[in-house]
Design a protein around this ligand. Structure first.
Ligand code: AP5
Ligand code: MG
Ligand code: ZN
Length: 214
């Protein structure tokens, strides 16, 4: 099963993608997580990506596409994946289509997690992310067992650099300009599914499993 998660920054794409990956036994591929791991390890890619991410801008398509294509070559991605944060522009979606045509695969579902802008800012300011494994928490809605400590790996939880309110606003405007057009793109392909992302985490997941099947 090949799934794309669509939705504004903070809509809950990562939260739901992790649950999908676990339930359906497919890898969770998050371009944001891959960039953050590269920033943490101070790689060349990380240095390039950071300057864009900190400003709430998109990393250039050619960097992003080649990174995803490399990830697809790993054996666990053979039978499917859930893509979180990719594609994010029409050219990225077209590159994905070309790659799928060449390998004989197809996107089964593009799930749009719909949350109005007004709710996004609150969600982002309460979000905490693990510096090591990328697990995501929320001070109110999905608190870790021990404050400031990751449940999964025990490492430190931080507020992401790009979760400051000014940067969130920039990310939202970039989303509306460059990423929202993908909703129509996948609707035209007949694979778009809408879920109401304002509901509680588990209720959003129930809407998704109703689409994907138990
Ligand atoms: P990325 O990491 O993908 O960030 P994003 O799209 O801005 O999305 P987020 O990760 O912020 O939100 P999310 O939808 O995953 O929400 P989450 O589940 O965490 O990208 C970061 C940057 O990298 C980009 O700005 C760009 O620079 C670059 N980049 C990445 N991919 C790129 C690409 N393809 N091309 C170019 N550049 C790229 O949830 C948010 C919070 O809300 C959490 O605290 C969570 O616990 C909470 N929450 C989730 N669901 C609910 C719910 N139902 N109710 C209450 N709280 C909830
Ligand atoms: Mg995310
Ligand atoms: Zn962790």
């Amino acid at each position: 099963m090949r799934i794309i998660m669509l939705g504004a920054p903070g809509a809950g794409k990562g939260t739901q993608a992790k649950k999908i990956a676990e339930r359906y036994n497919i890898p969770h591929i998050s371009t944001g997580d891959i960039f953050r791991a590269n920033i943490k390890n101070e790689t060349e890619l990380g240095k390039k990506a950071k300057s864009y991410m900190d400003q709430g801008m998109l990393v250039p398509d050619e960097l992003t596409v080649s990174l995803v294509m490399d990830r697809f070559r790993e054996p666990d991605a053979k039978n499917g994946y859930v893509l979180d944060g990719f594609p994010r522009t029409i050219p990225q979606a077209e590159s994905l289509d070309t790659a799928l045509r060449e390998s004989g695969g197809q996107i089964d579902y593009a799930i749009n997690v719909d949350v109005p802008d007004a709710s996004i800012i609150t969600r982002m300011s309460g979000r905490r992310a693990c510096v090591n494994c990328g697990a995501t928490y929320h001070l109110q809605y999905a608190a870790p067992k021990k404050e400031g400590v990751c449940d999964h790996c025990g490492d430190t939880l931080i507020l992401r650099d790009d979760d400051k309110p000014e940067t969130v606003e920039k990310r939202l405007s970039v989303y509306h300009d460059q990423t929202q057009p993908l909703i129509d793109y996948y609707a035209q392909k007949g694979v778009l599914k809408e879920v109401d992302g304002t509901q509680d985490l588990e209720d959003v997941f129930r809407q998704i499993t109703a689409i994907l099947g138990e």
